[in-house]
Design a protein around this ligand. Structure first.
Ligand SMILES: [Mn+2]
Length: 197
C-alpha cells in the first residue's frame, strides 16, 4: 500500500497544505515563504528520500513562529497519516551527521508517544531574516502531531547555518531508517504490545 498523505490545515494565522510520499525519491518542496526554512525542508526531503510538496502562507507580519510551527504540525500529521498502523517499519533510527566543523545527532522512535529532546546552542542571530529559535518550535510541532519520540542534539559547531542544516539532515536520515520497511518483519507491528499508538 502506498504510504502517502495529504493534509490541509487553515487557521486565522496560517494556511498550509502538505503532500507527502514516505517512499519517494527526495523530490523537494520548491517555494516556501521563508528562504532558509525552504532550504531546510528541501534538505529534509532529499536526505529522507521523502517526496514533499508544500503550499504555505502565514502571518509573517507578526513573526515567523506561527508559520514554522504550523508547518511542523502539518508535516507531522502527514507522517502519522501516511504511516497508518505502522506495519513492517523498523521503528527506530538514528544518525550522526557531520558537516565540516559541525556534528549533529538524531535518534527517533516511532513509538506512538510524542516526545522531543532538543539540545542546540544557537547564536540567536537571524540567518537572512530567519528566526532560528523557531527550529525547536518546528520539531515540537512535528513530534506532537506525528506521535514520534525524537532526540535532536547539536554536539559541536560554529556556523548556525551548518548546525541547523546538519540537524535537519540527521533527523531526515534517522526518520528514513525508522520508517523503512524491514524485510525480515514486513508483516508485523514492531511492538510486543502488538500496537504502536
Ligand atoms: Mn546550506
Amino acid at each position: 500500500m502506498a504510504r502517502i498523505a495529504e493534509v490541509t490545515r487553515a487557521t486565522k494565522e496560517t494556511d498550509i497544505t502538505i503532500r507527502l510520499n514516505l517512499d519517494g525519491t527526495g523530490e523537494g518542496v520548491l517555494a516556501y515563504p521563508i528562504g532558509f526554512m525552504g532550504h531546510m525542508l528541501n534538505t529534509f526531503a532529499r536526505h529522507g528520500l521523502f517526496d514533499l510538496e508544500i503550499r504555505a502562507k502565514g502571518d509573517l507580519e507578526v513573526d515567523q513562529h506561527h508559520l514554522v510551527e504550523d508547518t511542523g504540525i502539518v508535516l507531522g500529521q502527514c507522517f502519522a497519516k501516511a504511516l497508518g498502523e505502522k506495519r513492517g517499519i523498523r521503528r527506530v533510527g538514528s544518525c550522526l551527521y557531520p558537516m565540516d566543523e559541525t556534528l549533529a545527532r538524531a535518534a527517533a522512535d516511532v513509538s506512538g508517544r510524542a516526545f522531543l529532546v532538543f539540545d542546540a546552542q544557537l547564536s540567536g542571530i537571524p540567518l537572512a531574516g530567519f528566526e532560528t529559535d523557531t527550529v525547536e518550535d518546528f520539531w515540537q510541532g512535528f513530534v506532537t502531531a506525528a506521535a514520534i519520540t525524537l532526540h535532536l542534539d547539536i554536539l559541536r559547531g560554529r556556523s548556525d547555518h551548518h548546525k541547523i542544516e546538519a540537524l535537519f539532515k540527521a533527523a531526515a536520515r534517522a526518520l528514513r531508517e525508522a520508517l523503512e520497511i524491514d524485510p525480515r518483519s514486513a508483516d508485523s507491528i514492531p511492538s510486543t504490545k502488538g500496537v504502536l499508538v
